[in-house]
Design a protein around this ligand. Structure first.
Ligand SMILES: C[S@@+](CC[C@H](N)C(=O)[O-])C[C@H]1O[C@@H](n2cnc3c(N)ncnc32)[C@H](O)[C@@H]1O
Length: 248
């Protein structure tokens, strides 16, 4: 059991914060279809509760979902019984041969485990080798500037049987976003309190693009997936393995 996206936060993310995945999905399908990626295997890194996995699976793709949160994977397995799922870190998990890899919802930014440049470079290399020629790696990250330097922003979101309180601050020097997340979820007559602290790496887009290009990918950066405009301080990377390049 990890300390991230435990049972209550996984439930709340699934029922209350599905918008990002569901609104990104049409744009992602469009990218995959435009590039004539055949209906092969797609690896969904940081698949969460399987919201995008379900859309991809319905569209005819085979999907392997990988997430560090056992609670998220438990929901995903119920949502998409025909997909395969693994509880593992996306940063180190084995990536099987596939036609595309997706990672939607800032998953690569999360610093639950080591996501230093060295680890990311290794991930990009492994994804490159796993992809068939012309294959895509589509993901998004957080960038600096969501919270003015030195400020702490507190917000809450509520629904019938839960409330989530979030305190956010950015450390400009370390390029880290810290989110302290407190949830209250109704269990019978009472509300259960849980708390998690999530650290996310804030990426410099130019440096990240350079790191990726070294692996052989062609890189494009967008602030939207199709019609869905990403929130401020987010960027989507669309990487393509060249059709003809041969690398060792
Ligand atoms: C904001 S949620 C997005 C989930 C899903 N992709 C979606 O769009 O609904 C981020 C997900 O990334 C997962 N995650 C973060 N770091 C991870 C890591 N190192 N390995 C695997 N999963 C990770 C979290 O457990 C969480 O499910």
């Amino acid at each position: 059991m990890t300390n991230w996206y435990n049972e209550d936060l996984a439930y709340i993310h699934d029922v209350g914060f599905s918008d990002y995945a569901l609104k990104s999905a049409p744009g992602i399908l469009e990218i995959l279809q435009k590039l004539s990626i055949p209906r092969g295997l797609i690896v969904d890194l940081g698949c969460g509760s399987g919201l995008l996995t379900e859309v991809l699976s319905r569209d005819g793709y085979g999907v392997l979902g990988i997430d560090i949160s056992a609670a998220m994977i438990a929901i995903a397995k119920t949502r998409v019984p025909i997909a395969e799922f693994r509880v593992d870190s996306l940063l180190t998990a084995e990536i099987p041969a596939c036609t595309a890899v997706v990672s939607i919802g800032e998953c690569l930014s999360y610093a639950f485990d080591d996501n230093s440049d060295r680890v990311l470079e290794n991930l990009f290399q492994r994804v490159y080798h796993a992809l068939s020629p012309g294959g895509m790696f589509i993901f998004d990250v957080v960038t600096p500037g969501q919270i003015p330097t030195g400020e702490v922003v507190k917000t809450f979101t509520e629904a019938e049987d839960w409330i989530v309180l979030v305190e956010k601050k950015e450390d400009f020097a370390r390029q880290i976003l810290t989110r302290r997340i407190i949830t209250f979820r109704q269990i019978g007559e009472l509300y259960r309190r849980s708390e998690e602290v999530h650290l996310s790496r804030l990426f410099n887009l130019e440096s990240l693009a350079k790191l990726i290009e070294q692996t052989g990918f062609q890189v494009e950066i967008f602030n939207h997936y199709g019609q869905f405009q990403l929130p401020p301080a987010h960027a989507a990377f669309i990487l393509q393995k060249p059709l003809l390049e041969s690398r060792n």
